[in-house]
Design a protein around this ligand. Structure first.
Ligand code: ZN
Ligand code: ZN
Length: 168
């Protein structure tokens, strides 16, 4: 269940560019426009100013990258990416947290034609092949890790994924 390892692959390139530009922009703004005008902070030593203007603006690209991840991830899961991207912009990451709780499972490739099929679909929309594992006895959908059908007790290991599609 490690679906977070592809973080950098999921974040769209545009979000990475925006994150980099916003970081440099805010950093420079802080270092050369804010700090020299603040009555207290202008007394700081140079290295303190450098450290502060390098660290504090990190929040901005972090937010941009997380929102970008939600966009890319919702897209690959076939979810409403525009709605979720807007929600992800809400303060305190409330939309992001809601997204990680509510997001759909990752789509799977169809074993017959390789079309990416949403997790909610039991059949491939292109060729009609079954992408869900079924119990050969009672036809209930079975999860890939189940050894026995919890509905009728049939041994699932014996009869592996049954393809109910039109096939040949
Ligand atoms: Zn297919
Ligand atoms: Zn069964």
């Amino acid at each position: 269940m490690s679906q977070t390892n592809g973080f950098w692959k999921v974040v769209p390139p545009t979000a990475k560019i925006i994150a980099a530009i916003s970081y440099v922009g805010f950093g420079l703004l802080m270092r050369f426009a804010m700090l020299p005008t603040d009555p207290d902070m202008r007394q700081w030593l140079d290295w303190q100013k450098d450290l502060f203007s390098a660290g504090v603006p990190l929040v901005v690209p972090l937010y941009v990258l997380v929102v970008g991840y939600v966009y890319g991830d919702a897209k690959r899961r076939g979810m409403r990416r525009v709605m979720w991207t807007i929600l992800a912009c809400l303060p305190y990451f409330v939309g992001v947290i809601a997204y990680f709780i509510l997001r759909d499972p990752l789509p799977r490739p169809c074993p017959n034609c390789q079309t990416v099929v949403r997790a909610a679909f039991p059949f491939c929309p292109k060729c009609g092949t079954s992408v869900t594992r079924f119990c050969s006895q009672c036809r209930h959908a079975a999860e890939p890790t189940w050894a026995h059908c919890p509905y009728c007790g049939a041994n699932l290991a014996a009869g592996l994924p049954t393809t109910a599609g039109p096939g040949e």
